[in-house]
Design a protein around this ligand. Sequence first.
Ligand code: ZN
Length: 466
Amino acid sequence: MLTPDLIEKFAAIVGAKHALTSKADIAPHLLEPRGKFSGHSSLVLQPGNTEEISAILKLANETNTAIVPQGGNTGLVGGQMPAGEIVLSLSRMNRVRNLDTADNCMTLEAGVTLHNAQEAASAKGLIFPLWIASQGTCQIGGNLATNAGGINVLAYGNTRDLCLGLEVVLASGEIWNGLTSLRKDNTGYDLKHLFIGCEGTLGVITAATMKLLPAPLDRATVFAAIASPVEALELLSLVRRMSGGAIVAFEIMPRSGVEMSIKHGGCRDPLEAPADWYVLFELAGFDTEGDMNAKATGILEVAFEEGLVSDATIAASTQAAQDLWRIREAMSEVQRLEGGSIKHDVSVPVSKVPAFLDEATALVEKMLPGCRPVPFGHIGDGNIHFNVSQPVDEDKDAFLAKWQEVSAAVHDTVRKYDGSISAEHGIGTLKRDELAATTQPVEMTIMRGIKQLLDPNGILNPGKVL
Ligand code: ZN
């Protein structure tokens, strides 16, 4: 129970100014932008450094007070939403502690936004290649806690692959300094990987050392019309073969989604005639400027000859490339303007994406007559956002009431194709019960054992993941 006396003790750690108790101040922390998840809480703490977080967790552990860590509050599975717990906001922890061009890494506090992390890298002629739609708002601590994926995973991996070391405050208040720039370190278990993707249930990530890469000198962005996901995969292997490893993104979109981006997202149709499906891909390299466009042209010539592509455009300027990417990036948000949308963040082996899409689409069309499937996303790494918009005339709430039943069926199909029911968004509360019901018992035993070891009193983000 959060008594006034206890609130005062927590507030004393961060200072009254950074302990929010008024409804209006707390409100932004209780609703995520998409509006699917809401929470309640009577205290938001905004610590300014790791020592304050340590003191908060020590007090929380001693008093059995539960804490929900929160970054940019852009999570899509409810992991950052409090159900009465104290919200621990990382937003004031927003310093770039160090950027080292010899070791090619930077150490960031958890509250640095992904956009600011990218800017810090580019100021030194380097890139931090994590690229997700919410990058202006989301924070590096949240990216790590959810092991965020995004558009460049096929080239650079997900957040986990970009992390060298972590600083974490444990439930006891103890600080683990695992910040390292080492590329090779086989001294026992790699503890950072326990905290990456733990969604705040095992510890609070307060800082991280992340990899930096040289900035490509040249890029080409291609938007191509294709007949179906089968052609998308054939084109993917052609691009891989002909680009010499220069491929950094490869996305698929259906006509229905492109139309929504045109209608609501201020995008222009890049090609003259409509096609059933599209691929948007990007090449990046280190040769002379213009070389990537030449490579893309060569690839498209072969793709036309082989009948994989019916029409295509290569962006002629940075602005044109951004306009093409806007079609893809808007695709999630514009669905809101078409009524209810039942969403799935799933992955299957890349080779099985076409068969999965066929089967899952037929399934939802049977379950939800008149629905409008909008499956799109990172076909290059097998991660599809299998979203289904409501029929035009149906009531939104009535449609959304079918979420669980539809998800269960779609996820059964995912498992049939050896896939994952959470590719890049996490488990949160949305998929918690399904995780427990469908994961191998031995995996659940290991996960519960780790939780028990690191958070014996269950104060860290209770009710999430497990
Ligand atoms: Zn995505």
